[in-house]
Design a binder for this molecule. Sequence first.
Ligand SMILES: Cc1cc2nc3c(=O)[nH]c(=O)nc-3n(C[C@H](O)[C@H](O)[C@H](O)COP(=O)(O)OP(=O)(O)OC[C@H]3O[C@@H](n4cnc5c(N)ncnc54)[C@H](O)[C@@H]3O)c2cc1C
Length: 224
Amino acid sequence: MAHNFLQLKDRFPVAEGTMAFVFRTPPDFNFRAGQYVEVFLENAHRDFSIASSPQDKGILMVATRMTGSAFKKSLAEVPLNTKAIMEGPFGDFTLHENKDKKAVFIAGGIGITPARSIIKDAMERKLPHKIKLIYSNRNREGAAFLKDLEKWQRENPNFELYTRMTDREGYVDAEFIKKSAGELAGAIFYVVGPPEMAGAMSKALEELKISRDDIRFEEFSGYN
Ligand SMILES: Cc1cc2nc3c(=O)[nH]c(=O)nc-3n(C[C@H](O)[C@H](O)[C@H](O)COP(=O)(O)OP(=O)(O)OC[C@H]3O[C@@H](n4cnc5c(N)ncnc54)[C@H](O)[C@@H]3O)c2cc1C
């Protein structure tokens, strides 16, 4: 299993209560957009999807809600240049190859991390895939990377962003998915976020008669 000591290069807020952490990576560290790593610090560990793109050479960025847990407090407080152990990359929540099938991401809150990586990578590699992102948060202030996503939408005709601010607009449901995704036949759905959100989206997609074969899930277990 790949096992690396990565130095903490930088950290900064990316939304209310949400921080990004940037680590330096060695030249032989490779991953596919959408994968995750296991970060070990002071005898504890957590899984984090990589939010940066493989094209961001020499670094890896993760982002997380600052829940107040001891692990995340350490991450926020250790001096820059501290080395964390990182295992991985793991997972196959990665973009499908068939460019004729559009990708529809449904990301809940901090579930945006692997979607950001995949979208950024697809734009940088000029992949022809059409990508739609349904991004749900309680409000704009808490929506990580929202400015990036809005900018990418303006610059890239292959990418469309549909936000849902649940404090004002209610949860994402089958109707909102249908309205945002457009033609459902031939689309591949990527659902990512806390287990409760993933469960609700699974039901909504079932309502829309989407085949299980066309849905990929990444559940952020540990958030309830
Ligand atoms: C594939 C994957 C990708 C993830 N990506 C992200 C991400 O990009 N950003 C992000 O913020 N979070 C991500 N998570 C969730 C993350 O690993 C933490 O579980 C979450 O952030 C809560 O940690 P905490 O320290 O705030 O909570 P705590 O309150 O300390 O932890 C909650 C409880 O869950 C337990 N726990 C922690 N991690 C896990 C786990 N993975 N599985 C089962 N139990 C666990 C703890 O021991 C504790 O009992 C991901 C999880 C998975 C499985």
